[in-house]
Ligand binder design. Sequence first.
Ligand code: 2RA
Length: 350
Amino acid sequence: PKPTLAIVGATGAVGTIMRDVISRRDDVWGEIRLVASPRSAGRKLRIRGEEVTVQALSEEVFDGVDVAQFDLPDEVSAHWAPIAAANGVIVIDKSAAFRMDPDVPLVVPEANPEAVRDRPKGIIANANCTTLALIPTLAPLHAAFGLKSMTVASYQAASGGGKDGIDALYDQLSAIAGNRDIGFRAGDVRDALGEGADAAFGSPLALNVVPKVGGWKDDGWTSEELKVRNETRKILGLPSLAVSATCVRVPVVVGHSQAVHATFDSPVTVAQAHKLLADAPGVVLVDDPAAGRYPTPIDAAGLDDTFVGRIRSSLDFPNSLDFFVVGDNLVKGAALNSAQIAELLLPEFS
Ligand code: 2RA
């Protein structure tokens, strides 16, 4: 029989994309259970063209489940993932709760698919959306030329903040739409948006960019910047990779973009990078300056692949490339990568 899958956190922004991703991929699962907080229990949601009733998260809901996709707040995952795993379920967890646990593999199928097998806790972690937009491009370049260091600036979409983030951006845009008198004087956008416009992102996002994603950590770094560094190191198996990241929120609905400066052990040409990335799984090369073609988030939204372009040989740094990558933060950045990890487990059930 085909294995049973549970989608835990089925009603959130990522849960919705997860149902869509599972519905359009090969039909490899037997029963699919949709699980959410007691508040959502009883709702009927569609997956694979069928209506399924949402069940409340409980220990019993895992009876007979082979694989569970968790999309829950960190502290909720930290509590429930070990409970599910103790019931024999392989948990694929999208939260940050287990990513840096040495007994939990952090998997991006384009980079380290074999890591799914070594899971002493029965838990496999899914990387953060910003890391996930980078890895399909970095992994083949690293395999060929040896990644030595990386400096990244991100341009992250509002949907990284979930449904509340999306709503906040649309509300702010509606509140100022058509007003051509603002944006010229310090504070005038804040005045137009009024109290509460800082709630979702720390500062208003409409007509703005906000150089703070995630929570504050030691020495002025944000949690998001540390995730880019620590997760890239773990996934590529480079524990001392030099990484410096600055993460910035921009008024985009979906699609995290990143400007990357990467230095390699060996010399690398743009032509070599083009050839490698044109053939890389999960990557689409969009790099034709003469035709004005480069990746942008509005052209990547809703799509599975990550897009790379603007590849240049650094003028002043040896063995270095500069490039621009874009990936849908809800698709490859969350639901799709988890679905791909789950599919890597299928041979264990045949
Ligand atoms: C963000 N990376 O974009 C986060 C979501 N996990 O805010």
